[in-house]
Ligand binder design. Sequence first.
Ligand code: GRF
Length: 207
Amino acid sequence: MSPVRVAVLISGSGSNLQAIIDKIEKNEINGELVVVISNKENAYGLERAKNHNIEGLLIDSKTVDHHEYNRLILSAVKERNIELVVLAGYLRILDKEFIEAYKDRIINIHPSLIPSFCGKGFYGLKVHQSAVEYGVKISGATVHFVDEKADNGPIILQKAISLDFDDTAESLQRKILAVEHELLPEAVKLFCEKKLKVIGRKVSICK
Ligand code: GRF
């Protein structure tokens, strides 16, 4: 099987991107990371791409309107024959045209157990603050396929962790990030091995 051509979209630090790069470099994923696309100029993820000789592309979301911006990303991924688009801390919503073009080929990581603490406005520390304030005993991470609603598509993998009484939003964020670094590369690996099948709202993982 030839390696699956992967694009990762980021807006920030890119620690999840790094987790994918590391697994690909160890040959644990049958994928080739072709391009890292950022909508923010100062995203550290672009540095990470550079450090690993991966093309980094800045498509600044400030300078064009939403649809034009989406069209620019769509043509960038099409031109590079990308087969899988990974959203790794990417803080923009993709439009309908993009999602239809890459149906069941876009995955996202979210730092909670969807459907809790997700959807519009739930990003960054807010997700963990809400979980701590609610007093939940478990939270975790979710990797899912992307559809037209925020954090809504079919779930690929989830992993739960327990909260300690003293956990703060910051400590919970750190704990969950460590889980994300396992879960996202695992989902990419499964996709690249063609083991994921979407059946309605469910994702079957072939053995
Ligand atoms: C992660 O918590 C991810 O779940 C969320 O944004 C954060 C990105 O972190 N969507 P990083 O840029 O990968 O370090």
